[in-house]
Design a protein around this ligand. Structure first.
Ligand code: NAD
Ligand code: ZN
Length: 345
């Protein structure tokens, strides 16, 4: 049996361990991918910290991680249309293909989803194995450091491109990595003003590097005053909720214009209260966003090839053997995306 390095949750409890595990063997219809680079997602941090969500969802021992880029190492029986050596990433939601949403192309709403690095072994390893239908071919022109977090870029793309953004004023609540990426997408897609809020100055500074028109610390700054400075007359046309925080969502509803549209990505760790009078009397549209649409993968490649530069969101790069430093950076709140290199030292 061939063995490989992998970052593993060895047993229930906090922390992760770098250990040797067997290289997966691709079954019929599956593809084995040699991992080049990975990125750490907030979900991985929940798993590292062993918070209540992780305790409920993670069955140790398992390899974690779902944001990655690599190359095809081996094809399982019956796989056609792909070849060894091809640069690839993978859609992390493995869907059933049989439910109503799968049949209509809305795989993001499959009721039988299983997630790479959460429900099955993940990509923080030298090799990961996924169904061929989840393989995404990545053009050689795209920088691997950025493709490493296309999974998160996909969440941002799905949320931001839910609405027509041309000439619109956009409020993003939450300048985490996904909020900052979404800000870049909104500017790229032709929004007039993009204003982002957070309570973390380090992250607001990162958002400024991505070209937002204003980055507002709502713990001490008045958003209404910033709106006046930015010449917003009737309120925001579009809202992207990316904090999972109730106060941020309530503030968003209060500053939307009548008829405004909100997409909701942020997942809170408790139920959120909202003034329904804002939603009803303003005629707001609320759209929940889960995962990515398969088409988002194409949009992401084309946006990067068209000049969308996401490198400002990368704040740390480590070798996979230094993964503890990567998780410490993520836990410090002073990070954007953390990229791990899986080439052998
Ligand atoms: P993150 O936790 O790094 O970022 C959230 C940001 O919100 C933080 O910077 C935090 O300081 C900020 N925040 C907290 N309180 C705030 C307030 N009152 N006002 C404004 N900002 C506030 O998360 P991320 O990785 O960027 O992901 C964004 C959100 O999307 C998270 O909630 C995550 O769980 C969620 N998510 C959802 C999906 C999905 O499929 N729906 C997928 C990925 C991530
Ligand atoms: Zn399905």
């Amino acid at each position: 049996m061939q063995m490989m390095d992998a970052i593993v949750k060895p047993a229930p409890g906090p922390g992760l361990e770098l250990r040797q595990v067997p290289v997966p063997v691709p079954g019929p219809g599956e593809v084995l991918i040699k991992v080049h680079k990975t990125a750490i997602c907030g979900t991985d941090v929940h798993i590292y910290n062993w918070d209540p969500w992780a305790r409920l969802h993670i069955k140790a021992p398992m390899t974690i991680g779902h944001e990655y880029v690599g190359e095809i190492a081996q094809l399982g029986a019956g796989v056609t249309g792909l070849h060894v050596g091809q640069r690839v990433s993978g859609e992390g939601h493995i869907t059933c293909g049989h439910c109503r949403n799968c049949h209509t192309g809305n795989i993001q709403w499959c009721k039988n989803t299983s997630s790479v690095g959460v429900d099955r072994d993940g990509a923080f390893a030298e090799y990961v194995c996924i169904p061929a239908s989840n393989v995404i071919i990545i053009d050689e022109s795209l920088p691997e450091d950025v493709v490493a977090f296309f999974d998160a870029f996909g969440n941002a793309t799905h949320t931001a491109l839910m609405w027509d953004l041309v000439g619109e004023d956009v409020l993003i609540t939450g300048a985490g990595p996904i909020g900052i990426i979404a800000a870049g997408i909104c500017k790229y897609a032709g929004a007039r003003r993009v204003i982002i809020t957070d309570i973390n100055d380090y992250r607001l500074d990162l958002a400024r590097k991505m070209g937002v028109d204003a980055a507002v610390n709502t713990a001490r700054e008045d958003l209404l005053e910033v709106m006046r400075q930015q010449k917003l007359v009737e309120g925001f046309d579009i809202g992207l909720e990316m904090s999972g925080n109730g106060a941020a969502f309530r503030q968003m509803c209060s500053v939307m214009r009548n008829g405004g549209k909100i997409s909701l990505l942020g997942l809170g760790n408790k139920p959120i209260e909202v003034d329904m009078n804002d939603v009803i009397c303003k005629g707001l549209t609320l759209q929940g966003i889960y995962g990515r649409k398969m088409d988002n993968w194409h949009q992401m490649s084309y946006m990067v090839q068209g000049g969308l530069d996401l490198t400002p969101v990368i704040t740390h790069r480590f070798h996979y053997t230094e993964f503890e430093q990567g998780f410490a950076a993520m836990n410090s709140g002073k990070s954007g995306k953390v990229v791990l290199d899986w080439t052998k030292k």
